[in-house]
Design a protein around this ligand. Structure first.
Ligand code: MLT
Length: 268
């Protein structure tokens, strides 16, 4: 489905009934990275997946990329869908956007799942890496970005043994426009440090990280779990950065259990 928010077209899927669960994808992918979650969870919950601006079937304008802007897009979509409150699941960049969302729209957040993400801002070296990657996207196109990103997103074992998954991830990356890739990189480089926000998060929170995640490694997850009051941490064995794709059953089980407890009102 498609709709207009904040002057651009945003694509999304909305399946199932019950507690709304809003999934925000990683860089530089799109909402189809959540296909397994959508399939598994939509029999019990209302699952909304969104192509963030610059990705998939959403518009990729030439500018206006900040993580706050993406949070505003999500908020406007929820207004249109008449969803007051939801459980939000963000993986990596999706998690960075959830910090921006929580800063502005905390009243909408019934619970958070922060997967393979981090609260800290980029280091100077990290920002320089973003600039170089944007230059690569500009000069060589999205397939060069796929070449760089695959080994950062998936574990060596996944790359060796799951060629279909590797192809799927590559296709998602190659389907992006350069404006979207460069826009995201700028937005991530400019994001503020969310570490001071952690102690102010009052909703139930589940942290997930792949034990082999090198992009946002387990110590980053542990920091979030320590600072967010009452947060739970799950480390998924055998997964790197894209835990939901590499170990979908485990990931779905964690999210389903967390969402079920939220519905029962048992989460502290
Ligand atoms: C992502 O998966 O969204 C990216 O790896 C995040 C990042 O580059 O910081």
């Amino acid at each position: 489905m498609k709709t207009q928010v904040n002057g651009i077209t945003i694509a999304y899927s909305d399946r199932g009934i019950g507690l709304p669960i809003v999934f925000l994808h990683a860089f530089p992918l799109n909402r189809t990275m959540w296909a397994t979650q959508e399939h598994a969870l939509s029999s019990r919950f209302r699952v909304i997946t969104i192509d963030l601006r610059g990705h998939g079937e959403s518009d990729a304008p030439l500018w206006r990329y900040t993580l706050e802007q993406s949070a505003d897009d999500v908020n406007a979509l929820l207004d249109q869908l008449a969803i007051q409150q939801a459980l939000f699941v963000g993986l990596s960049m999706g998690g960075y956007i959830l910090f921006a969302f929580y800063r502005k729209y905390a009243r909408r957040v019934k619970g958070l799942v922060l997967a393979d993400t981090r609260a800290q801002a980029d280091t100077a070296e990290g920002k320089e890496g973003r600039f170089q990657m944007a230059q690569t996207a500009y000069k060589k196109g999205p397939s060069a970005i796929a070449g760089i990103m695959i080994s950062k997103l998936l574990s060596p074992a996944t790359i060796q043994t799951k060629p279909d998954l590797v192809r799927q991830v590559r296709a998602m990356i190659e389907g992006n426009q350069i404006s979207g890739i460069a826009g995201d990189l700028m937005a991530m480089a400019e994001r503020p440090d969310s570490a001071p926000l952690l102690s102010q998060i009052t909703c139930p929170t589940q942290i997930i990280v792949g034990e082999l995640d090198q992009a946002t490694p387990p110590p980053d997850a542990k920091l979030m779990a320590e600072k967010i009051p009452g947060a739970h941490l799950a480390i998924i064995p055998g997964a790197a950065h894209l835990t939901n794709l590499e170990q979908p059953d485990k990931f779905n089980q964690i999210v389903t259990a967390f969402a079920s407890e939220l519905v029962k009102g048992k989460q502290s």
